[in-house]
Design a protein around this ligand. Structure first.
Ligand code: 0GY
Length: 290
């Protein structure tokens, strides 16, 4: 583990908010354990190990039924830890893999059988070296036959430049962490309005209303992030997902209490119907329809 790396919360609270039956944590990771699943040589950070068993225990404690486990950059394109967790969880987990341009159809098929349903394209420069757009487009072509979608991770200043590329991907696109807005600018700022307009204009674009802990300057109540998430849930209730982001890699400011993150949900999805869509119907439709 890197010096100064903050490990995940060792004793998260049990939330007061009870998620509806069938709720999905649609953004979380497994890290290592490094002895079994070494981190990638070209990684930009070395995290604290965070095993599948710890993830499943947290899922149960938080009152969730299912996980969507996202391959993180520290494991590069070696999806072994992810696949191992998917196999262990069986029907209760689906995966988002990171693959290279030379991935074969047979390799993708094997991943599909293990529960992978999407690939992730990461544009965050502190996490990954740049991948040429042609490589991403080739991957997008290869996954089509499996009906997978694409998860994209970028930061708000990069959105304007990425829009033409996103429009070339004619599958469902899920944008991580609301496109990482600078919440100090407010919901009405042109950067966030650009993101809203993108979702408005493109019905294939979904987003995760996740990561208040990364976006906030007001931990731990996250009151500065709530209006962003609430706006997206209310405008696009059929295209939003929620996730813990456990084990919260690269946090610098504080270590979030996962139970507390769950207790924020009723502030961003303020009715039973919106909670059902956000936590159950949307993720199950996207990841478990077959
Ligand atoms: C997240 C956020 C981060 C890390 C990664 O792939 C990754 O390593 O996504 C981050 O550092 O912002 O979604 O886990």
């Amino acid at each position: 583990m890197d010096k100064n790396y903050l490990p995940f919360h060792s004793n998260p609270s049990t939330p007061t908010f009870k998620p509806p039956t069938g709720a999905v944590d649609a953004h979380c990771h497994v890290f290592g354990p490094a002895k079994v699943f070494p981190y990638h040589p070209a990684r930009k950070y070395t995290p604290c190990d965070a095993s599948k068993d710890q993830l499943f225990a947290l899922r149960d404690q938080l009152g969730f039924q299912r996980n969507v486990i996202v391959q993180a950059s520290c494991h590069g394109t070696d999806n072994s830890a992810l696949i191992d967790a998917l196999k262990a969880a069986s029907i209760n987990a689906r995966g988002v893999a990171v693959v290279s341009g030379d991935i074969t159809t047979d390799e993708l098929y094997q991943m599909h059988l293990s529960g992978v349903r999407a690939v992730r394209f990461n544009f965050v420069k502190r996490l990954v070296d740049t991948t040429p757009k042609e490589v991403f487009l080739a991957i997008a072509e290869k996954i089509k036959v499996f009906g997978w979608h694409i998860v994209v991770y970028f930061e708000a200043p990069d959105l304007a430049e990425l829009i033409p590329f996103l429009k070339e991907l004619n599958t469902i696109i899920v944008v991580d962490h609301m496109g990482r807005p600078d919440v100090s600018k407010g919901v009405e700022h042109e950067d966030f309005q650009r993101f809203i307009q993108l979702m408005q204009d493109n019905e294939n674009i979904w987003t995760k209303v996740s990561c208040p802990e990364r976006l906030t300057q007001h931990a731990p109540d996250y009151s500065d992030v709530v209006p962003f998430a609430k706006t997206l849930v209310e405008r696009f209730h059929a295209r939003v997902l929620w996730g813990t982001d456990w084990p919260h890699p690269n946090m610098k400011s504080h270590v979030p209490d996962d139970g507390h993150l769950v207790d924020i949900i009723p502030q961003i999805a303020t009715t039973i119907e919106l909670q059902q869509a956000l936590l159950v119907d949307n993720p199950n439709r996207l990841y478990w329809s077959e």
